[in-house]
Design a protein around this ligand. Structure first.
Ligand code: NDP
Length: 274
């Protein structure tokens, strides 16, 4: 796997200052080789799309990655990919976020504590598109399913894992939003509403923790990226016109690394329109 992160001398210099990072800095971040060394990072939806590449990239930069997803065979494949790139041994956490209960998430917290002993970050990446249709016609069961996977389970998992995250030196929680989460758009229904809710949750968690903990909560908006979900949403679009998940990894690494300490309550667009 190759991650397209180039390093210019200007960028190296930028990262040696103590100024808070701007969104541009985050997008153009140039990770040092072991910038995630010693960190344990949980990635949801780690079996495919952006989540798979984020998991591989975090491992590439030294993290122990916990792979959470609903399709065990896909997690096994990513597990093997991490081993073959020489990353630290990952862990597989099969979980269908649609049906998962809070008790199961608390058990997961106990398991991570017992088996690994720490958690430094979560990338909440798993997502469902649902229907693209007017709200008037939106199937209510699909609405509940999308809200559960994209929003409610994200809240539940964050809350259940907070005891471990608060024990980390600089815990980082990264939620995944979307352009329609910031600017709701007709026909995007539950998907847009779930992403709006995620942005609100990140803001509230930030306000509630910033004076008492080292935790940071941020949202990332990957922008149009070449994955199955994008192909379903825009069937007429050429995938070759889109960036790949590998192309946008700089921001994902930055928000997990200690270089982004001090970045809180932000919604970072990785592909802003001019
Ligand atoms: P994909 O559909 O390619 O991947 C989604 C991942 O989420 C898959 O690994 C999938 O697992 C997992 N997932 C879905 N439902 C569940 C569930 N019930 N329980 C556990 N895991 C589940 O999507 P992308 O990689 O494109 O999207 C990743 C994130 O980025 C999403 O949150 C999406 O909303 C967001 N995003 C993507 C954009 C894009 O252009 N691609 C643009 C803006 C935002 P499985 O493979 O087993 O089904």
């Amino acid at each position: 796997m190759s991650v397209n992160i180039d390093q210019s001398s200007d960028q190296k210099e930028m990262q040696n200052t103590n100024q808070p990072l701007t969104h541009d800095d985050i997008r153009r971040f140039v990770p040092s080789d072991n910038c995630l060394d010693g960190k344990t990072i949980l990635v949801t939806g780690a079996g495919d799309g952006i989540g798979r590449v984020a998991a591989l990239t975090y491992a590439r930069y030294g993290a122990t990655v916990l792979l959470l997803g609903r399709t065990s065979s896909k997690l096994e494949y990513v597990y093997d990919e991490i081993e073959s790139l020489g990353g630290k041994q990952p862990a597989m956490l099969p979980m269908n976020l649609e049906g998962a209960t809070y008790a199961e998430m608390q058990q997961l917290e106990g398991l991570i504590d017992k088996e690994i002993g720490k958690l430094d970050g979560i990338l909440h990446n798993a997502g469902l598109l649902g229907q693209l249709t007017p709200l008037e016609m939106y199937d209510v069961d699909t609405f509940a399913q999308v809200m559960k996977v994209n929003f409610t389970s994200t809240f539940m998992l964050t809350q259940a894992l907070l005891p471990l995250l608060k024990d980390a030196d600089n815990g980082s929680i990264v939620f995944t939003s979307s352009t329609v989460g910031t600017h709701p758009r007709a026909f995007w229904g539950a998907y847009a509403l779930s992403k709006q809710a995620v942005e609100g949750m990140s803001d509230i968690f930030t306000q509630e923790t910033q004076n008492t903990t080292n935790l940071r909560f941020n949202c990332i908006n990957p922008g149009g990226t070449r994955t199955n979900m994008r192909a379903h949403a825009y069937p007429g679009e050429s995938p070759m016109s889109l960036k790949t998940p590998e192309d946008i990894m700089a921001g994902y690494v930055c928000l997990m690394s200690d270089e982004s300490i001090g970045v809180r309550g932000q919604v970072v667009e990785l592909q802003p329109k001019d």
